[in-house]
Design a protein around this ligand. Structure first.
Ligand code: ADP
Length: 406
């Protein structure tokens, strides 16, 4: 009912009353006519004017934001969020309870978020720059990093939002270390080349010295070239990371080709390669990258294996959907603490040995990225004093009906 309807109804009632008294007073023939006019008037007064009939209804008032709906809203957020009232935790979503514990509800917020930087910010009446984060290192586990943001609400409460920066921080660290390592690796041979150029300028007339210095300069330049080639390979493989390779690659044939190439580079050592080849289907892959994978893994076994000892390369079907490549060497092996880090860029167990053998420290990082792009699996196992076995599983181009797991 509109606000105008109430007085209008009262007036209509008054008209009916007056009409009834008039009809009672006259009580004659006119009584019927008076009553009729009165009723008509009353109906006219009581009915709303035409504009009131067409006026749009006022929009319904929004439902009041209750405490329950605030709880539901924060529950829908995947990162930890807490509602604080009078410095106590009034509500905390699941992510916050998982991080800080179920007991935090009702607790003093400084006890709930046990971190000195958080306590300082939460105690301060100064809101600081709105949205400016406070960095919390070691909240949750020791290596976790969080960004905490606090916002005041109209009702005097505060909302605390924590966002996990652990992954982003680790990625930043890797990028910074990578640039520093790559610069260092390039600067060392470059400094050597520049030094020899200067010395050559002084001793240019001694042909023997010249030849010796030029040989060293050539070696250092080739080291720089290998490093640049590996850096470019890594960035190309990473750029193609999300594009699945789609060539059909015959690994047995590719291995024969790589073996010839290795024999041309290091005939004595390549002679120790023993092939253990099964009946394997083609794999779904990138031919150039798989050739690089063979070069790096078999090349490592040749470099780090004991001279004269065999390097055994196996190719077999693994179930119906995968092909297994194994490369086994006989060597002093790798201590277990190094194994998880071997695929990190520039990680070497023995730097001087790697450099002496022409290593860049990027070979296994490249292998890992190639295997990931091929949706395969890489495993490096080693027994100290016995040797190392690198296993790579790659998806077959087509499933092999009835093939057995080996
Ligand atoms: P590098 O160019 O130094 O060989 P990689 O990335 O290929 O770099 O390998 C990283 C490190 O892992 C090597 O420096 C070496 O210490 C160790 N490594 C790799 N393969 C073998 C192996 N077959 N036997 C022993 N150590 C190995």
């Amino acid at each position: 009912m509109s606000s105008l309807s109430i007085p209008r109804t009262l007036v209509a009632l008054a008209v009916i009353l007056v009409t009834a008294i008039a009809a009672w007073a006259t009580a004659g023939i006119e009584a019927g006519g008076i009553a009729l006019i009165g009723a008509g008037l009353a109906a006219l007064i009581a009915s709303p004017p035409p504009e009131e009939l067409v006026a749009p209804a006022a929009p319904p008032a929004p439902p009041e934001r209750t405490e329950t709906s605030a709880r539901e809203a924060i529950e829908a957020i995947f990162e930890p969020v807490l509602l604080i009232e009078a410095n106590r935790v009034a509500a905390a979503n699941r992510a916050a309870r998982t991080l800080l514990g179920e007991h935090i509800l009702g607790e003093d917020v400084r006890v709930a978020i046990r971190h000195p930087a958080a306590a300082e910010r939460l105690l301060s009446s100064d809101e600081g720059t709105p949205g400016a984060p406070v960095h919390l290192v070691g909240l949750g586990t020791l290596d976790q990093r969080w960004e905490m943001r606090v916002r005041a609400m109209a009702d005097g409460g505060r909302i605390v939002h924590l966002s996990d920066r652990t992954g982003a921080h680790a990625a930043d660290r890797i990028r910074i270390d990578f640039v520093a390592n790559a610069s260092h690796e390039l600067r060392t041979p470059l400094a050597s080349i520049l030094g020899f150029i200067e010395t050559l300028e002084d001793a240019a007339d001694d042909p023997e010295t010249r030849a010796r210095f030029l040989a060293v300069m050539g070696k250092e330049a080739r080291r720089m070239q290998r490093l640049i080639d590996d850096l470019m390979s890594l960035s190309r493989i990473e750029a193609e990371k999300y594009r699945a390779p789609d060539d059909r690659v015959d690994l047995v044939q590719l291995f024969a080709q790589v073996r010839d190439e290795l024999s041309a580079l290091a005939p004595a050592r390549a002679a120790a390669i023993v092939a253990d080849l099964g009946d394997v289907p083609a794999v779904r892959g990138d031919r150039v990258q798989l050739s690089q994978l063979f070069h790096n893994v078999v090349g490592n076994a040749m470099k780090y294996g004991r001279p004269g000892q065999p390097v055994t390369v196996g190719l077999h079907a693994a179930g119906t959907a995968m092909v297994r490549l194994t490369v086994r060497d006989v060597s002093e092996g790798i201590a277990p603490e190094h194994l998880p880090r071997l695929t990190e860029r520039f990680y070497r167990v023995d730097s001087s040995r790697s450099r002496a053998a022409g290593g860049t420290g990027l070979g296994l990082a490249i292998v890992k990225h190639i295997v990931e792009r091929h949706r395969g699996r890489l495993d490096i196992a080693s027994v100290v004093g016995t040797g190392t076995t690198v296993t790579v599983l790659l998806p077959a181009a087509t499933e092999i009906p009835g093939a057995l797991s080996s």
